[in-house]
Design a protein. Structure first.
Length: 319
């Protein structure tokens, strides 16, 4: 989104409301934010902010963007998510992921607006033998994880009626993520390896958009509050996820050099600076109990991703 003096307002053509609900989305150019803006603008009035319009690190940018506005809901998927960069830029990480969100929550509270803070599986230490539920103690290993946990605490500290949703291993059709990366590697390399002991929950951004709807109360219901985990059901290792991607690509006719992903160890990836949790599988049973919705299996979501993304068409593969 180009820089401008005022945010673009995406108006929905709602047949029954002359004044549709107004929803601010901060981080609207990102993987989840863009999916939220595209989908929700069909039903409510969406006011999207990219970094050019609202910089989480600078309080004056936040105030300039939000204080003149009136809105009902604010969703904050925007964050500083460069995990290894955060490890050596702690002050910047906490400014973007904790202090900025706290100010946003304070401004929103003064307007009577509900805030949804999007967090991460990186708040956990990865030592649990079972999937993490919302009641388990968060013990971050990295600066990034610590900054997001602090953001959770501060946003809920402003108002316990606000909402925190934790997502993990996020991907979408709009921006390249792990599936695109591993297919890119397989196009160039015969030998592929990923950690076999690192397990988690993959999450399609479009599914998060759908799962958030009943939590946000976009039709005028009271929104949910507290902490919820949102992810596709099931779990896999990085190795299994990578192999699934390659198998899907081959089945769709993409020409790849690498066909098999071997198992290695997390410590074998020398480019990583920040520690990662080995187990970050998210338990979504609280969400299911609250909404009656059972997240679909991660394999089903991945198949849809491969069938709809233009990046996985055969003509995009090596010849």
């Amino acid at each position: 989104m180009p820089a401008q003096d005022a945010p673009v307002v995406l108006f929905s053509n709602h047949p029954t409301q002359s004044h549709p609900m107004r929803v601010v989305i901060i981080g609207s150019a990102g993987r989840l934010g863009s999916a939220l803006a595209e989908s929700y603008s069909r039903d409510v009035e969406v006011i999207p902010f990219g970094r050019n319009e609202l910089d989480l690190i600078h309080p004056e940018s936040i105030r300039r963007a939000l204080e003149p506005l009136e809105y009902d809901r604010l969703i904050l998927p925007g964050a500083l998510t460069l995990v290894d960069y955060c490890e050596s830029h702690e002050e910047e990480a906490f400014a973007a992921n904790a202090e900025g969100p706290e100010l946003i929550a304070e401004i929103s509270a003064a307007k009577g607006a509900h805030v949804t803070y999007v967090s991460t599986d990186f708040v956990f230490d990865g030592l649990s033998p079972v999937p993490y539920n919302e009641e388990q103690v968060a013990r971050p290993l990295s600066v990034y994880g610590a900054s997001k946990k602090k953001g959770e605490d501060l946003v809920l500290g402003v108002s316990d009626r606000n909402l925190v949703v934790r997502v993990s291993w996020l991907y979408s059709g709009g921006k390249p993520a792990f599936p695109e990366w591993i297919i890119g590697q397989a196009k160039e390399n015969e030998n592929l390896a990923l950690p076999g002991a690192k397990i988690g929950s993959t999450t399609r951004a479009g599914d998060v958009v759908d799962y958030l709807r009943p939590l946000l109360g976009l039709a005028g219901e009271s929104p949910a509050h507290g902490i919820f985990h949102l992810a596709n059901s099931g779990q896999c290792s990085w190795q299994e996820w990578g192999q699934f991607c390659i198998d899907e690509a081959l089945a769709r006719g993409l020409a790849l050099k690498g066909h098999k992903v071997e198992a290695n160890r997390l410590e074998d990836i020398k480019a990583f600076v920040a520690p990662r949790p080995l187990n970050s599988v998210l338990d979504t049973s609280k969400f299911t109990a609250f909404t009656g919705i059972t997240p679909r299996p991660w394999q089903e979501a991945m198949k849809e991703h491969f069938s709809t993304s233009p990046l996985f068409r055969p003509e995009e593969s090596l010849v």
